[in-house]
Every structure is written in structure tokens, then in C-alpha cells.
Design a protein around this ligand. Sequence first.
Ligand code: FES
Ligand code: FES
Length: 157
Amino acid sequence: MEITVTVNDEQYRRSVEPRLLLVHFLRDDLGLTGTHWGCDTSNCGACVVWLDDVPVKSCTVLAAMADGKRVRTVEDLAFGAALDPVQQGFVQCHGIQCGFCTPGLLMTARWLLDHDPDPGEGTIREAISGQLCRCTGYENIVRSIRWAAEHPDGAGS
Ligand code: FES
Ligand code: FES
């Protein structure tokens, strides 16, 4: 089937198998490998992207379901050389170790801060509760997101 999807403000028209998952469409058809594919069972959250401005686990969405919709991936977070404050926060507060969970966490964190610019620790923990990290113990991830909330314009703010 033919689908037309706008990904990071660029429109793509592709022929896909009806059963193709969005995560594979992004990674394999479009070469956007920033979105990670982990558990494939909707548990880990490494595959989170935005679909029409709502975070979704892209391993639970068919590419066909994105037909006519907008997708935003982690590749769209930075503005050229300028990292998004959530990316800066993960660097500043060591929210990254192996980095496998990071793309999904960044997309969830950006969405949270767009809707609640000053979330408390409990709100942050609830927002990331659908995402697994095998490395950090979450403390530094929560600190990273708080850092981004406190520096909405990035390191200079
Ligand atoms: S790969 Fe989608 S939730 Fe783990
Ligand atoms: S940093 Fe390794 S899984 Fe989160």
C-alpha cells in the first residue's frame, strides 16, 4: 500500500507492507536510525516518537496508521549544532550511559516540558514510567529533565 507521511517536516511517499511497523519504516525505509528498537513488545520505550504531536511507542503503531500524519523523531530535536535543552540536560547531568534508551526518553521529556515547563520529580517519574533504562538507575535521567526545565533556553540560560 502507498502511504504519505510527514517526518520531521519532510514529506515521504512510500509503498509499504500493511504489517510494517512504524519503527521499521523510520529506521529501514527512511534511514532515521535515531529511533531505537528494543523490546518490540511496547515495554521499553526506546522507540518513542511523536505522532501528530502525541508520544507513541512506534513498535506498536503500523506505518499505515501514520498515513497522512506527522511524525517527529529524535533527529528533529537539535537545531543544527545547538542541542535542545533536554539533550543538553542529559549531557550535563549524565543521563546517558549506553544511550540505548536515550532517544525515547528525549522525545518523552521534550513533550513533557512542552506541556508542563516546570514539572516536579514525581511528575517526571510518572512521565518516564513507560521507559526502561538498564544503566542509570533513573536518578540522573530525572536530574537531566529537571536541568532542562531550569534551563529552557539551554546552557546559556
Ligand atoms: S521497542 Fe518499542 S517499546 Fe520497546
Ligand atoms: S543508558 Fe543504557 S539503557 Fe539507558
